[in-house]
Write a protein that binds this ligand. Structure first.
Ligand code: 5GP
Length: 213
């Protein structure tokens, strides 16, 4: 039987480089992202079932009522949520599932999935955050200002997370993220089956069977 993968929550201010970090983690082969459901309209180039499952409000609410979502939140006037079945399927395949979600959803995961590992990524400075948002070239000065104000609201939530991941040089952040996964995968609670098997192995080991004259 495959060992169940970890459940990783990744949050952090917009412009922090979460998307790039996730892309790098996916390239390792042992991680996966869960495709969220949302009521927001698809952006150009976004595909249903690939970037999001795009639902109308009634369908989203039906799924909430049917307890199909592991967490959900309203963000800038739209609903976003994580599909429980999708996360479970990937984890049972042994993948570490990364949920790139905002802080309200992360807090719900903390309450419902105590084994989840919460990672909050931060930029090296406000000036660097501004520079990265500006570099994207997709946002007006006003939207950038709103996102930075939003970052100031979100950053205090970092204290409720397990890890703070500084995203300065990308390769360092990727290595640090990998170190978190390595350490978490070694936690006792993720290794109960292996430990049980080891105890059984030692208990049933007879030195006399292996004694060499
Ligand atoms: P966007 O509309 O830019 O794709 O996403 C807006 C925000 O919603 C981002 O902060 C993103 O991390 C968050 N988000 C995306 N999917 C989910 C989800 O399933 N649940 C929650 N709580 N937030 C999500």
């Amino acid at each position: 039987m495959k060992r169940k993968g970890l459940l990783i929550v990744l949050s952090g201010p917009s412009g922090c480089g979460k998307g790039t970090l996730v892309k790098e983690m996916l390239a390792r082969g042992d991680c996966a992202v869960s495709v969220s459901a949302t009521t927001r309209a698809p952006r150009e180039g976004e595909e249903n079932g690939v970037h999001y499952h795009f639902l109308d409000r009634a369908e989203f609410e039906r799924r909430v009522a049917a307890d199909e979502l592991l967490e959900h939140a309203e963000y800038c006037g739209n609903y976003y949520g994580t599909l429980r079945a999708e996360v479970e399927r990937l984890r049972s395949e042994g993948k570490h599932v990364i949920l790139e979600i905002e802080v309200q959803g992360a807090l719900q995961i903390r309450g419902r999935c105590p084994e989840a590992v919460l990672v909050f990524t931060v930029p090296p400075s406000a000036a660097e955050l501004y520079r990265r948002l500006k570099k994207r070239g997709t946002e007006t000065e006003e939207v950038i200002a709103r996102r930075i104000a939003r970052a100031a609201e979100e950053l205090p939530y970092a204290v409720g997370y397990d890890y703070i991941l500084l995203n300065d040089a990308l390769e360092d952040a990727v290595a640090d993220f990998g170190a978190i996964l390595r350490a978490e995968a070694m936690k006792t609670r993720f290794n109960t089956e292996q430990t049980g098997a080891m105890i059984e192995d030692v208990k049933t080991f007879h030195v006399s069977d292996h004694f060499q004259e």
